[in-house]
Design a protein around this ligand. Structure first.
Ligand code: BGC
Length: 875
């Protein structure tokens, strides 16, 4: 985060060097942290080091204090430089809160899934006097629900869905706002509008009993020019009334009656004598955490592409792009008339509105994706604020005529810095890249979600497969850190990590059902899903060199590794014939999704009837292999953090697990228990194949590849490693062919069918062109981009954090150029290569503090430091 306001933890610092000179490395650094009055809080002294990322703050912090940070560096060329920044703390201790929870005294109905069945919004307001000129003002605020806050009618920022989606019972974020410019001498008002948000949403509500009431907590601290601080806090003198939102839900949509708007309610001087006073309740402060990571905002807008009448005669707007967000609609409807907006991702074969929500009565229950507006006769804009949808198309009802220019789509996502760019001579590959980026934007909304139109849930396995790609596209450090902290909150006493984080809404109940069938206790987990506890922090480390996240998650990771080890040792499949020294090291019991969505097993969408059998065909290898992956990776992490006892212990167990896979899972003829592509891909990628089976594994994989018409046939868990496994068996050409495959199932087949995002599975449409019921905006299969960046752009990390890279694009006639960049923790790595008439040109820019080995197709190698380089060769 850049210059964060309102943190409640010790920060760590990262900076980048820029220079016009070549071969620049940092030689020394000094970090100075001062309070405003100049008191030095941390002085690292001059440190001889080239480290410039994730350097921990050492010292003590005080609550609600601003700190100035100066970082001085010297490089190996004798140049010096300094950069200044700041951060500000929020509440470091519970006792810093003087505010009390102000609980609405309005009546709330029991919420149900489905449009219009949730509660309406609640308006909270409190007036206060300011007698002296204001120097600085900070507002700390949160709620039970989702809120928008106003000071004297203005919002301090444009965020959506504060206080974010978290494990509320243990982790409720509060937000810090700089409101200095919004406060005036005289009468002021702080006003909050609260709707249900995730907190009271039937599909996402926390796994605890709540009283069903909207409530707010705020503490406004006003420092006047003379240095004195006054506090305005929430409590029983906050007043409440109903808002114009009749019902709002993150899945079902928002129902808004403009006739109920209370004009001026969020400005000072409004007559609130008829409003009710709040009740004061002590929910405690134990779960309050200062928001870490950027808020959800409108990150892009998309204009309507065209408006048509469907064959059924309905108005359909096409935005030309699948996305997550809401509409902004200009309205001038007569008073009392109603406009409804229904959102969907695809149209049916005839071009009619189609709701592709799997199992409308089950998983997709209540996902109406509908917003309704009742006009007050005034001209203006309708923009839902307490819901969002996954859509490309909108069916509009209630308008005589639909004018394209009145509709704009607001794309919502958690704000993050862009890290990547990619462009080639092949438009299909470029579109694939764009589709991956769009699915990422659509699904990094407060938490990493599986899809924006159906579950909006933090499925852990999806992120296990996609974490590296996510980090290469955007700076996700803070965003993932927060989600991982929530994962720790949701870990149970057995060390199990749930399949969904936050584990809320209906998922705990599903978990109980799963446990009943599998005889497990605690939260329901699965290999490949729970393993995200180790894979996601480790991917973050690999991409950015962040060891702080490994420290933060260490205990969670350890408990997860222990759970696997204990389960492997204590639980055995009924019919096992394996000797104890093998069986005790195989994770081969419990509930597992297997690879999930292996194309050849899911041609007609999810086969719910046969799901159990299908899952078993791949979980027989995914569980032992991912168990091994987690334990062996944990051993590496222990070593990175200098915890050598743990390193030895877990590395030894991992070795035994590897041996058990080789002897207990692999057949003696050098094959796997299931003739599935992923079985071979995972074994090859995780280096599990004994020398004597290597040839055989290669043969099996290539045979399966041919048998599948040279199309991919891996599910979620096999796909991230598919193309790498091909490269590892010296079949780069097959890897390229898979990427360029145009038949279904393949990445480009989706592009050719007009996809604008990545689909949940490659069979989006059946052979007759009817759309299926799975999601069309699921980032998981987009994980191929990690391979693309390394192999087509050629930017290959040789060390965590890309401080050492190899630039070695795969040569292919399929492209005449490729231009890509990655914003590493050190700066921009930019690679452009061209391949025309047997003449090859490669231009590379390497950032400071980075070593690169540039390898040309003729085999020549150039070891360079920072700077821009150009090489030519003939091929
Ligand atoms: C979700 C997936 C998830 C899966 C688990 C689906 O409903 O959308 O992405 O990982 O369930 O099997």
């Amino acid at each position: 985060m850049r210059n964060p306001l309102g943190i409640d933890r010790k920060p760590y610092f990262s900076w980048k060097l820029k220079s016009e000179e070549k071969d620049v490395f940092q030689k020394t650094y000094q970090i100075l942290v001062r309070e405003k009055d100049g008191t030095v809080i941390m002085d690292s002294g001059t440190v001889k080091s080239d480290e410039n990322t994730f350097i921990p703050f050492l010292g003590e912090l005080r609550s609600r204090t601003s700190y100035e940070v100066s970082i001085k560096v010297e490089d190996n060329k004798g140049n010096g430089s300094q950069v200044d920044g700041l951060f500000e703390t929020a509440m470091l201790e519970e006792k810093d809160w003087e505010a009390h929870w102000a609980v609405s005294s309005l009546k709330y109905r029991k919420r149900k899934p489905g449009f219009g069945l949730q509660s309406g919004s609640t308006l909270f307001r409190k007036e206060f006097m300011v007698k002296k000129p204001v120097k600085k003002a900070r507002l700390y605020a949160t709620c039970h629900g989702a809120y928008e806050v106003y000071l004297n009618g203005d919002r301090p920022d444009e965020r959506f869905f504060a206080p974010e989606h978290t494990v509320y019972e243990k982790y409720l974020c509060y937000q810090t706002y700089d409101v200095t410019d919004l406060i005036e001498e005289g009468n002021n008002v702080i006003a909050m509008e609260v709707a249900d948000g995730w907190y009271y949403c039937p599909q996402a509500k926390p796994n605890m009993k709540t009283d069903g009431k909207h409530a707010v907590l705020f503490q406004l601290e006003i420092t006047s020019e003379d240095g004195e601080t006054e506090r305005v806090v929430s409590g029983k003198n906050v007043k409440v009334s109903e808002g114009a939102v009749l019902s709002a839900d993150l899945y079902a949509g928002e129902y808004y009656n403009a006739n109920l708007e209370k004009e001026g309610w969020n400005k000072a001087g409004y007559d609130d004598t008829k409003w009710l006073f709040c009740e004061e309740k002590s929910y405690g402060y134990h779960n309050l955490i200062a928001q870490f990571g950027e808020p959800v905002k409108v990150v892009k807008t998309v204009e309507a592409e065209n408006v048509t009448r469907s064959p059924k005669g309905e108005w359909i707007i096409d935005f030309g792009q699948n996305m997550a967000g809401v509409l902004r609609v200009r309205t001038d409807l007569p008073k009392g008339s109603t406009m409804s907006l229904e959102h969907c991702e695809v149209l049916d074969k005839e071009g009619n509105f189609f709701n592709n929500i799997m199992g409308a009565g089950g998983v997709g229950k209540g996902c109406d994706q509908k917003d309704v507006y009742i006009s007050n006769g005034k001209e203006g804009f309708f923009e839902p604020r307490f819901t969002y949808h996954g859509f490309r198309y909108v069916r509009v009802m209630g308008l005589e005529e639909v004018r394209k220019e009145d509709f704009t789509a607001l794309v919502l996502s958690s704000e993050k810095e862009n890290n990547g760019s990619f462009d080639t001579s092949d438009e299909l590959i470029n579109r694939l890249y764009q589709n991956i980026r769009w699915s990422q934007t659509s699904n990094m909304l407060s938490i990493p979600t599986d899809c924006p139109q159906r579950e909006k849930a933090g499925w852990t396995g999806d992120m296990l497969v996609y974490a590296k790609t996510a980090m290469l596209n955007e700076d996700c450090t803070a965003f993932f850190s927060r989600w991982l902290e929530n994962m720790s909150c949701d870990q149970d006493k057995y060390g199990k990590i749930p399949m969904v984080v936050p584990n809320n809404g209906n998922y705990p109940l599903t978990g109980i059902f799963i446990n009943l069938t599998s005889g497990e206790k605690g939260v329901a987990t699965s290999s490949g899903w729970g393993d995200a506890a180790i894979a996601v922090p480790y991917s973050m480390y690999e991409v950015t060199g962040n060891k702080e996240i490994l420290k933060q998650q260490y205990l969670t990771m350890k408990k997860w590794a222990d759970y696997i080890i204990k389960t492997a040792a204590s639980k055995k499949p009924k019919k096992t014939q394996l000797p104890a020294e093998i069986e005790n090291y195989l994770w081969d019991t419990g509930y597992h999704y297997g690879e999930w969505l292996i194309p050849s097993q899911n041609k007609n969408g999810l086969d719910l009837k046969n799901l159990k059998n299908i899952m078993a065909t791949s979980s027989c290898y995914t569980a032992p292999i991912f168990g091994y992956y987690s334990v062996s990776t944990f051993a590496k992490i222990a070593s990175l953090l200098g915890k050598m006892d743990d390193q030895r212990k877990y590395a030894q167990i991992a070795d035994r697990m590897k041996n058990a896979i080789q002897k207990g899972i692999m057949n003696e003829d050098g094959s796997m228990p299931s003739e599935l592509m992923g079985a071979y891909v995972l074994s090859i990628y995780f280096d599990l194949v004994p020398e004597k089976y290597k040839e055989s594994f290669k043969k099996h994989l290539m045979k399966i590849y041919e048998a599948n018409g040279r199309c991919m046939d891996t599910g979620f868990l096999g796909t991230p490693y598919l193309l790498d496994a091909m490269s590892l068996i010296h079949e780069d050409e097959a890897a390229l062919e898979l990427l360029w495959q145009k038949k279904v199932p393949s990445w480009l087949s989706e592009v050719l069918q007009g996809a604008t995002t990545i689909w949940e599975n490659c069979f989006g449409y059946d052979q007759d062109g009817n759309p299926g019921s799975l999601s069309f905006n699921h980032y998981a299969f987009g994980c191929v981009l990690d391979w693309v960046y390394r192999n087509l752009s050629g930017i290959r990390p040789m060390e965590a954090g890309y401080k050492q890279v190899e630039i070695r694009p795969l040569l292919t006639d399929r492209l005449s150029f490729c231009h890509s960049s990655y914003e590493s923790m050190q700066g921009t790595i930019d690679v452009k290569w061209e391949n025309k008439d047997k003449h090859y040109v490669l231009k590379a820019t390497i950032p400071c503090n980075t070593k690169a080995c540039i390898v040309l197709p003729d085999g020549t190698k150039h070891n360079v430091g920072s700077g821009s380089y150009e090489y030519h060769c003939s091929i």
